[in-house]
Design a protein around this ligand. Structure first.
Ligand code: 4NP
Length: 179
C-alpha cells in the first residue's frame, strides 16, 4: 500500500477527542512504544485534549505488565516515557477507537478476524501504512533479540508516528483553534 495521507475521520472536539489504539501481540514492546511516542508528539504539538492514545495486545500473555525494560530504556534515551500497563484488545475496542493501528500483518489478521462482519474495516491500519520509508510494512518483533532490535523498532515507530500525525492533523485542526 502507498503511504496513507487521506483519512476519512469525523470532526474532533475537546469533548469528543480522536481515539487511537496501537496494537501488537504482547502489548509490552512495540505498541507501548508507539503509544508513548505518539502521545509525546501529540503533547509537543498542543493536541493533548484532542487526541486520546492507547495500546493493547492481541494476546493476553503479559496482561498487567509494564512495557519491556529494553523498550523503556530506548524510549527514555529519547526523552519518551512508556507508562502503559499491558491489556488485551477487546471486541468493544473496535467500536470505541477511531483508528486501530497494528504493528505487523499477524496483528492485522487477528484484528480482521475479530471484526468478523467487517463493520470496522475502515478503521484498521498497519502502522507502516504511514511510514514514509518503503519496506515490508511490518514493525519487526524485537522480543527475543538484543537492544539493536528495540532501537530499530523505535526509529520505525518515530518516523511512522510523525507521518500519522500529518495524516490526522487536518481533522484535529478543524475541531480546534490551534494552528
Ligand atoms: P510485542 O512483543 O508484541 O511487541 O509486545 C512481544 C512480547 C511478548 C511476546 C512476543 C512478542 N511473547 O511471546 O511473550
Amino acid at each position: 500500500m502507498q503511504k496513507v495521507t487521506n483519512l476519512d475521520l469525523r470532526t474532533v472536539t475537546d469533548e469528543d477527542p480522536l481515539r487511537i489504539c496501537f496494537v501488537c501481540l504482547g502489548n509490552i514492546c512495540r505498541s507501548p512504544t508507539a503509544e508513548g511516542v505518539f502521545q509525546h508528539i501529540i503533547n509537543k504539538n498542543g493536541f493533548s485534549s484532542l487526541v486520546e492514545v492507547d495500546s493493547a495486545g492481541t494476546a493476553a500473555y503479559h496482561v498487567g505488565e509494564p512495557a519491556n525494560s529494553k523498550s523503556r530504556m530506548v524510549a527514555d534515551q529519547n526523552g519518551v516515557a512508556l507508562n502503559s500497563k499491558a491489556r488485551k484488545f477487546e471486541y468493544s475496542d473496535l467500536e470505541y477507537f477511531d483508528l486501530v493501528i497494528a504493528m505487523d500483518k499477524e496483528n492485522l489478521r487477528d484484528l480482521q478476524r475479530l471484526d468478523r462482519k467487517g463493520h470496522y474495516r475502515s478503521k484498521i491500519f498497519l502502522l507502516r501504512d504511514f511510514d514514509p520509508v518503503p519496506g515490508d510494512r511490518e514493525v519487526p518483533d524485537p522480543y527475543y533479540g538484543g537492544i539493536n532490535g528495540f532501537e530499530v523498532v523505535y526509529e520505525i515507530v518515530l518516523r511512522s508516528c510523525e507521518s500519522l500525525l500529518d495524516a490526522v492533523r487536518p481533522h484535529i485542526k478543524n475541531g480546534s483553534d490551534r494552528s
